[in-house]
Design a protein around this ligand. Structure first.
Ligand code: N01
Length: 541
């Protein structure tokens, strides 16, 4: 193994990305004496939680669940202030972890990786930086995130706008004021749903240009009091294990009963109880068959539709806000604070740009197809990401025989991986929460820890057995990709035909859902079995 510091550009492992995944990979792999270099494009660590500093940005998983579980001491010493953590608090937590485990010294910030090429003769990767430098490594770990390749404003003329404009996915770290401003917001996914109510608190006028409405569940966020925190901390280790043993990474009350076993009133009571409790994780498991049975799903969707009608005073606005084109939770379920209520304010207007699409951005606002111009001082774009494979696709990754990862996946009609961890033809390369794993269907930090620990164990196994190369076999990759597809086809996810889960939001992108929908725990067990059987499905040498 390479000695740390023996050569400035030679490492055992290069990790791309210094978000929650890359930082944990650094901690684990360095802890075993490997020379690790993390490369991060942003000016600071944090990944998603660095970039998404938009007003209202908050995690939709409870803070005491959405944090690293690898250190019981860390669990005890850090105290969250709110049930659902806001972006600044998560970023502070990440900074704390980096200081506590002395991570920053092996992270290179403001450095973009442009290419990575596998040299078969040397069995090593050359990781090329935008600076022109090359890092040489035995292994490369892409901790690049599932929702990290932002889409630019997709409108002609966006750069000609005379006012200020922002992207939720690349929010500046300086104060942005909406005071007295006319703000146009484009996009009503999770980012729009979270930011619109906060922007409306100070803006003079807010115009939301909505193409597709989304389901959203009230977060019912609140401060955490000392007693509750102490109570939870007392059972933290057992709670962490329960998270790992759960279907999605959180220990919510999963209803084991089918919606079909309920009488009408009893079903309403069950859904009402979950709605009042708040948060998306408990709501989409209201019935065991919510995600597999259209009628069960419709029952839940109709319940939310009725709640939207109750919340929004103007019936026409309410109808516009009600999703009708996809099953509930088949696109990522949003979680909000006062989202629907915001449309009751006099200065907030909802405009349907499905029937009258955005034509272009002009100097003083946004012009629709019928010629209407919505005047703006500020435009906020919350238009989403080239998800799941986008960050990997933006790097020129070449494996054996010069094969390009992006071309392989394009030609295969979508990402093809083994376990979402490795790709045939790309030896010694790992992806953390890659396509083909539970990824965005699981609580991300739980999924991250599982992947990083699996990779760490794998590298230990190779070292112990005097091996230096690992590659997914073509057969194992095909079988896994088929299995992922088979599982997703047994769910309602494919009925959401315009979801980023299936690549629909990026013109020309693959159209399949490369997500393991069989549950986080089942997936974890499969990965553990693969390792136990001597890394079955991988060729080792
Ligand atoms: O992105 P999105 P996001 N004209 O893709 C609209 C995570 N996240 O950043 O649906 C008009 O969901 C587009 O409309 P349509 C979470 O996993 C989590 O909001 O394509 N509109 C849609 O409304 C989430 O799912 C948290 O018709 C256009 C919006 O832009 C994921 O990140 C918070 C348009 C994009 O929505 C992505 O969420 C934030 C056009 N030409 C994010 N192009 C939490 O933890 C796009 N749109 C709570």
């Amino acid at each position: 193994m390479t000695e740390a510091g023996s050569s400035a550009s030679r490492f055992d492992v290069v990790v791309v990305g210094a978000g929650l995944a890359g930082l944990y990979a650094l901690h684990r792999l360095r802890g075993r004496g490997l020379a690790v270099q993390v490369v991060e494009a942003a000016p600071d660590i944090g990944g998603t939680w660095y970039w998404n500093a938009y007003p209202g940005a908050r995690c939709d998983v409870e803070s005491m669940d959405y944090s690293y579980s690898f250190s019981p001491e860390l669990d005890q010493e850090w105290t969250w202030s709110e049930l659902y953590p806001a972006q600044p608090e998560i970023l502070s937590y990440i900074h704390h972890v980096a200081e506590r485990f002395d991570l920053r010294r092996d992270v290179r910030l403001s450095t973009t990786v442009s290419a990575a090429t596998y040299d078969e003769e040397r069995a090593r990767w050359s990781v090329v930086l935008e600076t022109g430098e090359t890092l040489d490594a035995q292994y490369v770990v892409f901790a690049t995130g599932s929702l990290s390749a932002p889409l630019d404003p997709p409108f002609e003329g966006f750069e000609t706008f005379g006012g200020e404009w922002y992207q939720t996915s690349r929010w500046p770290h300086e104060e942005v004021s909406f005071d007295g401003r006319r703000v146009v917001v484009i996009g009503t996914g999770s980012s729009g749903v979270q930011s619109i109510p906060v922007i409306a608190e100070t803006a003079a006028a807010v115009t939301v240009l909505q193409r597709t409405p989304n389901f959203s569940i009230p977060a019912r966020n609140r401060p955490l009091d000392a007693e509750e925190v102490a109570r939870r901390k007392a059972v933290y280790p057992a709670h962490r294990q329960a998270q790992r043993d759960s279907p999605s990474g959180v220990t919510v009350d999963v209803n084991p009963r089918s919606a079909h076993t309920y009488g009408a009133e009893e079903a309403q009571d069950e859904m009402r109880r979950r709605w009042e409790f708040g948060g998306a994780p408990i709501f989409n498991v209201a019935f065991v068959d919510t995600m597999t049975d259209v009628a069960a799903n419709t029952l839940l969707a109709d319940f939310v539709r009725d709640r939207i009608r109750e919340k929004v005073s103007d019936p026409a606005t309410a109808e516009l806000l009600i999703p009708t084109d996809h099953p509930i939770a088949a696109k990522r379920l949003c979680c909000d604070t006062n989202y629907f209520e915001t449309y009751n304010a006099e200065h907030v207007e909802l405009v349907d740009v499905r029937s009258n699409p955005i034509r272009r951005v002009v100097r003083d606002g946004v012009e629709l197809s019928d010629g209407t111009v919505h005047q703006a001082d500020t435009i906020v774009y919350a238009v989403g990401y080239d998800a799941l494979s986008g960050a990997l696709g933006r790097i020129d990754i070449r494996g054996t025989g010069g094969r390009r990862l992006a071309d392989e996946w394009r030609d295969a009609g979508g990402p093809s991986t083994y376990l979402g961890l490795a790709v045939h033809g790309f030896p010694n390369m790992f992806t953390v929460t890659g396509p083909g794993s539970p990824s965005v269907l699981a609580v991300m930090i739980v999924a991250i820890e599982q992947h990083v620990e699996w990779i760490d164990d794998c590298l230990a196994h190779l070292a112990e057995h005097g091996l230096g190369v690992i590659e997914a076999t073509e057969v194992a990759q095909k079988e896994w990709t088929d299995r992922v597809e088979e599982v997703i086809q047994g769910t309602v996810f494919p009925l959401a035909t315009n979801s980023y889960y299936g690549g629909a939001n990026v013109p020309g992108k693959w159209r399949r859902i490369p997500l393991w929908a069989g549950g986080q725990k089942a997936y974890r067990d499969i990965c553990a079995d693969v390792a136990r059987r001597g890394y079955e499905g991988f060729a080792l040498r």
